[in-house]
Design a protein around this ligand. Sequence first.
Ligand SMILES: N[C@@H](CCC(=O)N[C@@H](CS)C(=O)NCC(=O)O)C(=O)O
Length: 197
Amino acid sequence: MSVPKVYYYPVRGRGQFVVALLHYLKVDFEIDTTSNEQIKPETTFGQVPYYVDDEIKLAQTHAIARYLANKHKIHGKSLVEQAKVDEIVDSVWDTLNPLLAATFGGNDSAKEEYKKNNKLHLFLDVYEKKLNENKYIAGGDDYTLADFDAFLVYNYIDLLGYLTDRNSYPKLEELRKYFTSLPQLQKYFESVKNTPL
Ligand SMILES: N[C@@H](CCC(=O)N[C@@H](CS)C(=O)NCC(=O)O)C(=O)O
């Protein structure tokens, strides 16, 4: 049996939703940051992240994260909880896609424009409210993919300089403190500490 392999660039980007997740789940895996151009023609849509294990070859960050979450039982314990997890996880992508477009695709003025008009607080306010109502963002009695993704996106928004008011998000700050102090994630944070993206 070979260890799972992930193809992605040496940045956080979309890849963090797979790479950091694998660290969080304590999965032994390999990351290949140098073969993206060679692997793209073999991938489903010519894109990375791309995930390969003995059972599956998979594109689409979301699909990979859900596959891993199901495999490692952090996708919610009931159909209803799973749907609640998906509600948050899908919203993370609504948050992330314009942010990635401004950050990776745009020039400085596109970034400034995005900073001025960004609607990030609309999502962050909901996450904060949900975390005020429940310890876990999708309800339930344990951390799920939804908590992990909400943490990653919140942390990323801040790292990229788009977070305007940390004081408005004490619960998200608490969530960040929890995940950033987990021993199994230290190697991941170390691996991306020098990338601004
Ligand atoms: N919806 C896809 C989008 C993947 C995507 O756009 N990946 C970029 C890198 S972040 C890519 O491979 N673009 C094609 C290219 O760079 O040639 C996902 O979430 O995985």
